[in-house]
Design a protein around this ligand. Sequence first.
Ligand code: EPU
Length: 337
Amino acid sequence: MVIEKNVSLQPFNTFGIDAKAKLYCNITDINSLEDILKKHNTQPIFTLGGGSNMLLTQDIEALVLHINLKGISIFSETEDAVIIKAMAGENWHNFVVWCLKHNYGGIENLSLIPGNVGTAPIQNIGAYGVELKDVFVSCEAINIKTQKVKTFTKDQCKFGYRESVFKQQLKGNYIITSVNFKLTKVHHQLHLNYGAIKQQLNTFNIAKPTIEDISKAVIAIRQSKLPDPKKIGNSGSFFKNPVISIEQFQKLSQNFPEIPSYKVSDKAVKVPAGWLIEKAGFKGKRFNDYGVHNKQALVLVNYGNANGKDIFTLAILIKETIKRLFKIDIETEVNII
Ligand code: EPU
């Protein structure tokens, strides 16, 4: 395995930020990963997957390990279900397409999410009524310090809304090398509750959708709202949707009766940050080479050569404005490096 010096990470992060790695190594097999971790055990390590959930605000003074482990295989199967093992470096959407081709159901609602299989559990990716945890069985990960391999069960991953143990207590401790998923072979459970999916299927004139149809509907919705990172740099939702108390929500709805919300419990509701940001006047705003997407205010974009610090400054301005106008704290979903 070759370790290169001073490598630009621009091609490897979907925001397209030109930050540099002090040291960089492309990892394509597990044995070399173990070797490198052993040999460089005094060196700070930075794990890079699909680069789709990070904003680089500075160069990385570490050894960047770019996880490109490939392979999809059937781990076990019954008549109804299949357990598939996918290696961490598989592109997430290519994996969804592979599953659809084999008529394996469960992740069609997660079509077109940028990033890789190995980083999907870290933030428990989710969209259109489905989260990774709904199909997750286990993942294998290697401890960066000890090189011991551990299998994490679903419980051990402590999944939450865009959260897991890998973002919290175990942050920076493990590199996920593969993930096992349980998918259906027959009697697929379709998740059609999300209004936009129903509307899209109506537009397609489809009354009895297959998993392939749902995937097509999700792709159409995402393409209509979310910028393609190959054309405009971005990391999807930049902020999480905040959860507020019912009391606070009732007060807010007196001033803003049209405010959307989703019930979380008897005491709390989730409010779309995209709505708050739009209401605060940021939607479609452009500052030099960066700004807020004009079709979905939750997405910050790099139109060309913006640097991460500028985008981060905009994120802080948005956060402070939302706090001032609505008394709500919004948290970033994207990892700020
Ligand atoms: N809205 C606005 N203005 C905007 C954007 C949204 O008013 O600019 C309103 C919409 O009208 C709607 C509500 O906010 O009433 C929700 O919007 P949307 O359905 O687009 O979903 P979201 O809550 O903004 C979340 C996820 C997305 C995921 C979609 C669909 C988070 C942080 N984001 O967005 O995930 O695709 O739901 O399930 O939970 C991602 O994580 O990168 C991501 C794109």
